[in-house]
Design a protein around this ligand. Structure first.
Ligand code: NAG
Ligand code: ZN
Length: 441
């Protein structure tokens, strides 16, 4: 190396160092290690579908668990779909345990539509952390751990055992994740008495809590009929028979939606019936043959059933009114998940004094200075349904107040102060729930 090239080499190294130090995101070792940076690092793992990097997420969470001193196990109920279970043993293992659940995966993001790259976890000067998964649901994944870290540091010892589970595939239905976990021997051995799973943000200043999900059904209605010339009027064409169904379903949809519009119910408390596709016509060239009435027609509907409704009555309505054989219709009903628990009860967790966990949970929020909103039914679904199916009381809860609801949307973000306040809320909840002894089993 000549003296000149040595100088130029040194300058280059110094310049690179300066650039690295000025940009904390490009060099992790120079980054402070705090709850917020640990949250950011978890957000940077690309766990979005269709190719979620489960291995990196599990390895990261495992390293956190080790630094806190939690026991750790990884299950593969489905190959390449790991499920991480962390355990903080309680002093009385005979008592039912507490389970804190979150999912590892996220929905995809379209980077070009975001103000900040969805996997950079950029933190604005105002403290907003932008990332896919910031609200749904990587916040709670880290908050659980940070709360336990703080409780351990304060020498708190739980009486009940506390488990933390990280499950794959929630965003694609959970069938290879929480569904298999909840019916496994390994799960039974945990003797879970109460579960906390994800909830949703609130633009207001109360914490939302969910005691049930709606069950999603897909309904496909197919019609067959005599084909005919486009000019002819005749009865019972495939189109006519299908359109009659659409008419009846639309009318039913209106009765439900009117309740919402009149303020008698919120969206998640009624049955939603939304048409999602229509398929028919005889393809010809770039379009359709306009002088032919087709012999087949099909429509698809997304239906959501709240737990307050008897699903058998909806099935009866489908068979007799919406897709009856008498109108030459056939249908396929795909039920994506349970509507009843193993005892045949609706999948609802009581939020009154009949559920001793509820009272403790409610008091713990108040003790941390939080206000709880009126318990709600979630309009969509989460893995909580698989736990409720086992008869285990389960609440959906993500401590995000004063935050716009951005799950699955562009520019999903969570403010650092809200994230940090959530840790305090969980400290209160975990310490209360893990140290209450009476009232249950
Ligand atoms: C159903 O199909 C049968 C046989 O093609 C036909 O005779 C009948 O009129 C059809 N009924 C309706 C309601 O479409
Ligand atoms: Zn989620």
């Amino acid at each position: 190396m000549s003296p000149n090239s040595f100088i130029s080499f040194t300058v280059t190294v110094l310049l690179s160092l300066t650039i690295l130090l000025a940009n904390p995101e490009s060099q992790e070792s120079s980054e402070p290690d705090t709850p917020v940076t640990r949250f950011q690092n978890y957000l940077r793992i690309k766990t979005a579908h269709p190719n979620p990097d489960y291995a990196s997420a599990v390895s990261y969470l495992n390293s956190q668990a080790q630094s806190i001193g939690l026991q750790s196990r990884t299950f593969q109920f489905t190959p390449n779909k790991p499920l991480l279970l962390l355990t903080w043993p309680g002093s009385d293992p005979t008592l039912p345990s507490l389970l804190l659940n979150s999912h590892l995966d996220s929905v995809p993001a379209e980077p070009s539509k975001w103000a900040h790259p969805p996997f950079a976890a950029h933190r604005t000067p105002g403290g907003d952390i932008f990332a896919r998964g910031a609200q749904d649901d990587k916040c709670i994944a880290i908050q659980y751990l940070e709360a336990i870290r703080n409780l351990k540091a304060s020498n708190f010892n739980p009486i009940r055992t506390v488990h933390v589970s990280y499950v794959p595939d929630e965003e694609i239905g959970g069938m290879d994740g929480a569904a298999k976990f909840a019916v496994s021997e390994e799960f039974k051995e945990l003797k879970v008495g109460f579960v906390l799973d994800e909830g949703q943000a609130n633009p207001g200043d109360e914490f939302r809590v969910f005691y049930a999900d709606r069950t999603p059904w897909n309904l496909i209605v197919k019609a067959k009929g005599m084909p005919g010339h486009g000019s002819r009027m005749f009865d019972n064409s495939a189109m006519e028979n299908l359109m009659k169904s659409i008419e009846l379903m639309t009318r039913f949809r209106e009765t439900q939606f009117d309740e919402v519009k009149a303020g008698n119910a919120v969206n998640s408390e009624v049955i939603s019936v939304n048409p999602v596709y229509l398929k028919s016509g005889i393809v010809s060239g770039d379009g359709f043959a306009m002088n032919m009435q087709p012999s087949e027609a099909e429509a698809g509907f997304n239906i959501r059933i709240p737990p307050t409704v008897d699903p058998d009555l909806v099935k009866k309505r489908i068979a007799e009114e919406w897709a009856p054989e008498a109108r030459n219709l056939t249908y396929q009903l795909i039920e994506n998940g349970p509507t009843r628990d193993y005892m045949g009860r609706p999948l609802m967790t009581p939020t009154d004094d009949s559920n001793p966990w509820w009272s403790v949970f409610k008091q713990a929020i108040a003790a941390a200075g939080g206000k709880l909103a009126k318990p709600e039914i979630l309009a969509s679904t989460t893995d909580a349904r698989f736990m409720r199916q086992q008869g285990i009381p389960t609440l959906g809860f993500s401590p995000m107040t004063n935050t716009p609801i951005l799950l699955h949307e562009h520019d999903e973000f969570l403010k650092d102060t809200i994230f940090l306040k959530g840790i305090k809320i969980y400290e209160s909840i975990i310490s209360a729930l893990s140290s209450f002894e009476g009232g249950t089993q």
